[in-house]
Design a protein around this ligand. Structure first.
Ligand SMILES: Nc1ncnc2c1ncn2[C@@H]1O[C@H](COP(=O)(O)OP(=O)(O)OP(=O)(O)O)[C@@H](O)[C@H]1O
Ligand SMILES: [Mg+2]
Length: 208
């Protein structure tokens, strides 16, 4: 009988073990997803706290725009039309062009997400010099946002996206970068529908 219980015990342990083995791949998958998410949040937080550290170099805002558009091409996936209303060939800004690319990428990805499944999805970028201030409007023809969302839009970790998709750090990073460039950013719903971001950056003139 002792041997019998030992065998039974071994059997039930084996059963437990096989159960663990079966679950293992799902568990590992869950861990991988979790780690990916943590990496994303940590990267975002790094970008968020970087602010002043970058070296300031003059660059053409239109070059950053082109780079951002190339990097967003896959996300936009031919579903989003990009309309550029830009009359000049150069808008010189003093700062970190990669950070400004990051700003544009965050805005483009947000707009693309907001217009998911929409047929006539369009992002418009309007850049002009208004009395020495570079004024860049980035707007979409998506659903816009409610008053409630508008009030929380700049809060770190505020997101309406499903868990695992958005971290809610995109717009806080955008604002922190623009302010780090002595600029300003505002947001409003458009009368025609869609959301509009208005960014003002000091124009850099030689000898500044
Ligand atoms: N163009 C837009 N149209 C409609 N809603 C928007 C738009 N841009 C941002 N939002 C709203 O603002 C929220 C916050 O945006 P934010 O970029 O800070 O975070 P996220 O996109 O949710 O996540 P993350 O950028 O960190 O991946 C979004 O979840 C969305 O609800
Ligand atoms: Mg975002």
């Amino acid at each position: 009988p002792v041997a019998k219980t030992a065998i039974e015990k071994a059997d039930s342990n084996a059963e437990k073990l096989s159960f663990i083995v079966e679950e293992m791949s799902a568990v590992v998958g869950g861990i991988k997803t979790g780690v990916k998410r943590i990496v994303k949040v940590v990267d975002s937080l790094k970008a968020f706290s970087r602010k002043e550290s970058a070296e300031k170099i003059p660059f053409n805002l239109l070059d950053s725009l082109e780079t951002a558009l190339v990097l967003c091409k896959r996300v936009m996936n031919n579903n989003v039309v990009v309309d550029k209303k830009i009359l000049e060939s150069s808008f010189c800004v003093l700062g970190d062009s990669q950070q400004i690319e990051q700003v544009l990428i965050n805005l483009f990805v947000n707009a693309t997400d907001a217009m998911e499944g929409q047929k006539d999805a369009k992002i418009t970028i309007d850049i002009r010099d208004v009395n020495g201030a570079i004024t860049m409007r980035v707007y979409d023809n998506g659903p816009g946002i409610s008053q409630e969302t508008l009030e929380k839009l700049w809060e770190p970790f505020f997101t309406t996206k499903e868990a695992g998709k958005g971290t809610g750090l995109g717009l806080p990073i955008v604002r922190s970068i623009i302010e780090g460039h002595n600029g300003q950013i505002d947001v409003q719903n458009r009368a025609e529908g869609g959301l509009e971001f208005i960014i003002q950056l000091p124009a850099y003139a030689n000898g500044d």
